[in-house]
Design a protein around this ligand. Structure first.
Ligand SMILES: *Cc1c(COP(=O)(O)O)cnc(C)c1O
Length: 398
């Protein structure tokens, strides 16, 4: 088995998604082997010692690494243009480790306040318990980032586009601001997908994914991945992961590798459907407002054009009649399913204020633009005309 070929980094993403990081055993199998093993055999006691000393680069234990998991990490590295990567058991294991591995009591974290609910829990509830100070800022306002910085700011964290309101943050500008105090910028790039936004090229230091979403893409397995410099991944990150146990299972890595082969095709088809449905919803008499970065009426459309290569696969829209109407629309849908995953090949509708963001106070929700009439739609691979007809009949009936 070989290390990732340097030339793979230079190939186009579509080629890398199919080939990068493939290791072949002595059998020459065509598709990626599933190494469903926790441990690895050493030829001699001295070989075991060398492995543990780090003098021999082989595998030790699946909590530290596994050949199938490494194939997934290397394919993600080639795709993202990152020096190294570490796969995790879920997206939240990735967020947790990316933050905790580099923080200690007395450090300060700055983050955008429009975040995935569980990310907010780590920032607002867990980190302060361990003496880490956290400031949440209006992510779209560069002056708020500047004003929130402190000499002890170690980490900046953001999501763009955000969940569920699809608010964008200027990654390049925030990177420049937070680097002025030596902080690392960590980006949760789930909503943008690796196909449509490249945070490391925009100046971020660390990028992470919930692979549960578009990377699996068919709603089967939980997973996550963190990418960055070799110094960060093999330094604080690997140390934290080895001893806290958030490793990705080899089976899930095998499913994720299969998902990556079609990631580009799926994301492009789903984004084309999203653009089509966003236009259809914006013209619908029952819809008050549509939030889609690819539409000219998105408040940050210019930034979207600069920073992303597509409007993405997610839409948020607001209807008249608050929660009652939002529930009625969801209940009337026939093809689109009520669920809370996203990036799936099946289209999914979510009511953030009563599900994913239920834990927040009404005041916090309204501050984030999450009204009772706001609905989030993850566009799948179905025929866009079938989806448009389903949404239209549900909006009319509700
Ligand atoms: C889903 C999600 C996560 C968490 O990922 P899991 O795989 O569910 O743990 C984190 N951030 C964002 C933006 C997400 O959508």
């Amino acid at each position: 088995m070989t290390e990732l070929d340097k030339t793979q980094r230079a190939l186009s993403p579509r080629t890398n998604l199919v080939h990068a990081g493939t290791w072949r055993s002595q059998h020459g199998e065509m598709s990626e082997a599933l190494f469903l093993t926790q441990g690895f055999v050493y030829d001699t006691a001295a070989a075991a010692e060398a492995r543990f000393l780090g003098e021999d680069p082989g595998f030790i234990y699946a909590r530290y690494g596994n050949p199938t998991v490494r194939m997934f990490e290397e394919r993600m590295m080639a795709l993202e243009g990152a020096e190294d990567a570490f796969a995790t058991a879920s997206g939240m294991a990735a967020v947790n480790a990316a933050l905790f591995c580099q923080l200690k009591a007395g450090d300060h974290v700055i983050a955008a306040k429009a975040l995935f609910g569980s990310c907010l829990y780590i920032l607002e509830t867990l980190l302060p318990r361990f003496g880490v100070e956290v400031t949440l800022v209006e992510g779209t306002d560069p002056d708020a980032w500047r004003a929130g910085l402190r000499p002890n700011t170690r980490v900046a964290f953001l999501e763009s586009p955000s969940n569920p309101t699809l608010e964008l943050i200027d990654v390049a500008e925030v990177a420049q601001i937070v680097h002025s105090v030596g902080a690392r910028l960590v980006i949760d790039n789930v909503f943008a997908t690796p196909m449509f936004q490249r945070p490391l090229e925009l100046g971020a230091d660390v990028v992470l994914y919930s692979a549960t979403k578009h990377i699996d893409g068919q709603g089967r397995c939980l997973g996550g991945v963190v990418l960055g410099t070799e110094e960060f991944i093999r330094g604080p990150f690997e140390g934290y992961m080895r001893h806290t146990g958030g490793a990705m299972s080899p089976f899930n890595a095998w499913v994720m590798l299969k998902g990556l082969e079609t990631l580009d095709l799926r994301c492009r088809a789903q984004a084309a459907t999203a653009a089509h449905l966003a236009d259809m919803l914006a013209a619908h008499p029952r819809v008050k407002r549509v939030l889609y970065p690819g539409r000219a009426d998105h408040p940050q459309h210019e930034l979207a054009k600069r920073q992303m290569s597509s409007g993405g696969t997610m839409i948020a829209f607001e209807i008249e009649g608050g929660q009652e109407a939002a529930f009625a629309v969801q209940d009337a849908l026939e093809i689109i399913k009520i669920s809370n995953n996203l990036g799936d090949s099946k289209s999914i509708i979510t009511h953030p204020s009563t599900t994913t963001h239920q834990r927040l106070s009404e005041e916090q929700r309204l501050g984030l633009g999450i009204s009772r009439g706001l609905i989030r739609l993850s566009c799948g691979l179905e025929d866009p005309e079938d989806l448009a007809a389903d949404l239209d009949q549900a909006l009319r009936r509700a």
